[in-house]
Write a protein that binds this ligand. Structure first.
Ligand SMILES: [Zn+2]
Ligand SMILES: [Zn+2]
Length: 402
């Protein structure tokens, strides 16, 4: 039997265990950086497979090595995120969340259980590859500063036991916009950087009927929101996608009261680290100048979030060929556009070659269509066996070619 068929056979053999792991994790979700039981579950499963994990990295993170022949020759890393979201699940399913108000609405239960499935197969196939796989189960993808950045600080991408560092890293993410059976890739930039902008406009409040006696914070805030659109339309080179959106304005005045303070909150997203820094400077300068030009002032805080996610072009193009071999050409899609969402896997992509791909989980016939981060999100579980087999196969192909 060739290796590809062997991987498919093992993915099928372990599919019930992986699904039961997925359902367990789905029913017991934990918030970012509080994944204590999840981490314990993962550690116990790895030990049961015969793999010894390194635990408590960046809090609840774990890594584990699966060594083939010549284990010190090369390493490919495989990453799963483990955290859930503060959402009340509205699905009526046997594996519904039992932790009230917490839900795996971003599919990290699928990523974690799938990586455990991949670990089972790779462990069975140790005789069939040269090199080592490094499994990374990370906490806190959903909240700043992102578990990925903390895991990197704890040296998960550095050479350890074997004096060799991982050269490339894979991660999958469930995609409710792709039909089950298909997967999506995009070489190059794929997800945006993400920074939160907090502006507090200060003026002199007072009676709305005597505007000459106040410094109108509402008018200044309105002007700032309009002015700052110049950062995207005039400052950033037009070939770099960027978005600046404000979703919250709070001024606690009334029909006849101008408040002394107005708060504005928004998000800035783009695909270029140099322009990202310049945009931050422009936002501060323009907001300040606008407020001061109108007699008021403002304080600006920019919470710097994840960088943009860059899929290494050669590595991702190679991986698409591996995926075509495994799933057939028609089931491997090229995602046409960058997406303005963000993901902390981006941190890895600025250190080593990274490939982040999407696993189709949609099934309209079964009414499985809800988006990520919604209380009805679920997956067609047929996707799990595909995801487990595909990551195993791509990892094996990549390790061979390094
Ligand atoms: Zn998410
Ligand atoms: Zn996610």
């Amino acid at each position: 039997m060739n290796l590809k068929d062997k991987v498919k056979e093992l993915a099928q053999k372990y599919s019930n265990e992986v699904l039961s792991d997925r359902r367990h994790l789905h029913a017991h979700p934990e918030l970012s950086f509080q994944e204590h039981n999840t981490a314990k579950f993962v550690a116990n499963k790895l030990k049961a497979i015969g793999i010894t994990p390194t635990e408590n990295i960046a809090g609840t993170g774990l890594t584990a090595l699966i060594e083939g022949k010549k284990p010190e020759s090369k390493i490919v890393a495989l990453r799963a995120d483990m955290d859930a979201l503060p959402i009340m699940e509205l699905n009526d399913v046997p594996y519904r969340s039992t932790n009230k108000g917490i839900m795996h609405a971003c599919g990290h239960d699928v990523h974690t259980s799938s990586l455990l499935g991949t670990a089972r197969i790779l462990n069975d196939l140790r005789e069939h590859f040269e090199g080592t796989f490094k499994l990374i189960f990370q906490p806190g993808e959903e909240v700043s500063p992102g578990g990925a950045s903390l895991m990197i600080k704890e040296n998960v991408l550095k050479a350890n036991l074997h004096k060799v560092a991982p050269r490339s890293i894979y991660a999958q993410h469930v995609a409710p916009f792709i039909e089950v059976g298909k997967v999506g890739f995009k070489p190059g930039p794929v997800l945006a950087s993400c920074d939160d902008i907090y502006i507090t406009v200060k003026g002199a409040g007072g009676h709305a009927g005597t505007p000459h006696e106040v410094i109108d914070t509402v008018l200044i805030a309105s002007q700032i929101v309009v002015s700052l659109q110049q950062v995207v339309s005039r400052n950033i080179p037009p070939h770099i996608p960027a978005v600046l959106s404000f979703g919250k304005i709070v001024g606690e005045g009334s029909t006849n009261i101008i408040p002394a303070e107005v708060k504005i909150e928004g998000t800035f997203r783009t695909f270029d680290e140099e322009w990202r820094k310049k945009a931050h400077e422009n936002i501060v300068r323009l907001a300040k100048a606008t407020a001061q030009g109108m007699g008021g002032d403002c304080e600006i805080e920019i919470e710097v979030g994840y960088p943009y996610l860059n899929n290494a072009i050669d590595f991702t193009e190679r991986s698409m060929l591996y995926a075509q071999e495994f799933l057939g050409q028609n089931n491997v899609l090229v995602l046409p556009n960058v997406m303005m969402g963000s993901e902390d896997f981006a941190f890895y992509s600025h250190h080593i070659d990274a490939c982040f791909y999407t696993l189709g989980v949609k099934n309209e016939a079964k009414n499985i269509t809800a988006g990520l981060h919604t209380p009805h999100f679920d997956i067609d579980e047929d996707a799990v066996e595909i995801g487990v087999g595909l990551m195993t196969w791509m990892g094996l192909c990549e390790l061979k070619q390094l």
